[in-house]
Design a protein around this ligand. Structure first.
Ligand SMILES: Cc1cc2nc3c(=O)[nH]c(=O)nc-3n(C[C@H](O)[C@H](O)[C@H](O)COP(=O)(O)OP(=O)(O)OC[C@H]3O[C@@H](n4cnc5c(N)ncnc54)[C@H](O)[C@@H]3O)c2cc1C
Length: 375
């Protein structure tokens, strides 16, 4: 067994947003960190995401907000457009990293991961690709972790940051259900139209569409398809099918349709949530990010919670004499905030499906203001 002796060695499973930020925060507070990531290389699939204020605030604490703003598209407002194509509401989000800097940033997922990977490695974290965890054995003062290459690690901390279908959650015996909310979400990378200087969300008679800039030159179109069973659309048909679903939207969406038809980057995924209602930790193992609390994407804040988790985990472990006490304090600080976001996102998804957009907008606004409070 490769015994990483000493009380400050950790294995993190998953090199997503949660795993990489936890690695950075732990390594900076003196932990020796190894990450086991299932993907065979670091080329991240994925289109774009919006990092709202709490994400930027947490990234700023890690000294990474400027890099994300430089790689993405900074903005501060969400414009809600009604079914007639008229602007119904504009929400200015709180600027949590200073009045002179934007409230949020749209960024391509591979760009965000490039920044986080580079910083994790600069801090000394070792990242193994094509690797997972196969067995976990707890002892009073450590956890033994078997990896898929047959090697083992004896460490003080195991962090499951392996997403909504977390294996670590299962290995630790923590149970949750994964719920499908009756929506499929589409995303297509398109050139950024000049008018798209913030997020636009378009209410439809059945579905909801939107546009998020992710750089000077690019944006992604999203569409939430309501009341459908999870099904697979052949890759060759994705762009055309999405363009067809957009035909019922008036106004600016009409300008987006030809861009979507021409896009070679279109995906369609189920909207799912998961929330651990019991413990998040057992012995020296803990789950963070989507493995513990996966919201629906409507509040664009799942990554914020994942990044905050990494920061708060490292902070609480540094403040407590034992790993057990640090983990208990971490979970105590995170549960209410993460539960509230998951529940709000589920409510918004339900209101969207009933076309009760005017009730959803104030909830989105209130939810962002609640998240603006410190983690
Ligand atoms: C369609 C969609 C749009 C979204 N948009 C936004 C948005 O705009 N803003 C926002 O803040 N959030 C958004 N989210 C939510 C956000 O993407 C997640 O909350 C965030 O990615 C969670 O990070 P994570 O690191 O916990 O999990 P993940 O990003 O899922 O990362 C998990 C990592 O673990 C790896 N892994 C999985 N299983 C194993 C295993 N057994 N062994 C080793 N490695 C493993 C995976 O390969 C992956 O690298 C969106 C989510 C969806 C589905």
């Amino acid at each position: 067994m490769d015994s990483h002796r000493g009380s400050r060695s950790a294995v993190i499973v998953g090199a997503g947003v949660a795993g990489l930020t936890a690695a950075i925060a732990l390594a900076r507070t003196g932990w020796r960190v190894e990450i086991a990531e299932a993907a065979s290389d670091r080329s991240t699939a994925g289109w774009g995401l919006c990092l709202t204020g709490p994400s930027l605030r947490a990234l700023d604490e890690l000294g990474l907000a400027e890099a994300c703003l430089a790689a993405g598209y900074g903005m501060s407002a969400i414009t809600h457009v009604d079914v007639e194509g008229m602007a119904a509401d504009q929400v200015e989000l709180p600027r949590l990293i200073g009045a002179q800097r934007p409230a949020m940033v749209g960024i391509a997922r591979p760009e965000l991961h490039r920044i986080l990977h580079a910083e994790a490695e600069r801090c000394g974290a070792v990242i193994h690709h094509g690797m997972t965890v196969t067995a976990v054995e707890q002892a009073a003062d450590r956890v033994d972790v078997r990896l898929s290459d047959g090697t083992e690690r004896r460490v003080a901390l195991l962090v499951g940051a392996d997403g909504i279908r977390s294996s670590v959650r299962d290995l630790l015996g923590l149970r949750t259900s994964i719920d499908y909310l009756g929506q499929m979400v589409w995303r297509a990378l398109v050139p950024r139209p000049a008018w798209a200087t913030g997020i636009h969300q378009f209410a439809g008679k059945v579905d909801t569409a939107g546009l998020v800039p992710i750089s000077e030159g690019r944006a992604y179109v999203f569409l939430t398809e309501n009341g459908v069973s999870p099904s697979v659309v052949p890759a060759a048909e994705l762009a055309q099918r999405l363009a067809e679903l957009l035909t019922v939207f008036p106004g600016r969406v009409a300008q987006l349709r030809p861009l979507v038809s021409a896009s070679d980057s279109v995906v369609r995924r189920p909207v799912q949530t998961a929330l651990l209602t019991g413990a998040w930790h057992r012995g020296h193992g803990v789950v963070i990010g989507d493995a513990a609390h996966a919201p629906a994407p409507q509040m664009a804040s799942g990554a914020a919670l994942a990044i905050e988790d990494g920061l708060v985990l490292a902070r609480e472990l540094a403040r407590h004499a034992t790993v057990g006490a640090g983990l208990a304090a971490f979970v105590d600080r995170r549960v209410a905030r993460c539960r509230a976001l998951v529940q709000t996102s589920v409510t918004i998804a339900a209101l969207e499906q009933e076309q009760r957009h005017n009730e959803a907008y104030p909830l989105v606004d209130a939810g962002h203001r609640q998240l603006a409070e410190l983690a």
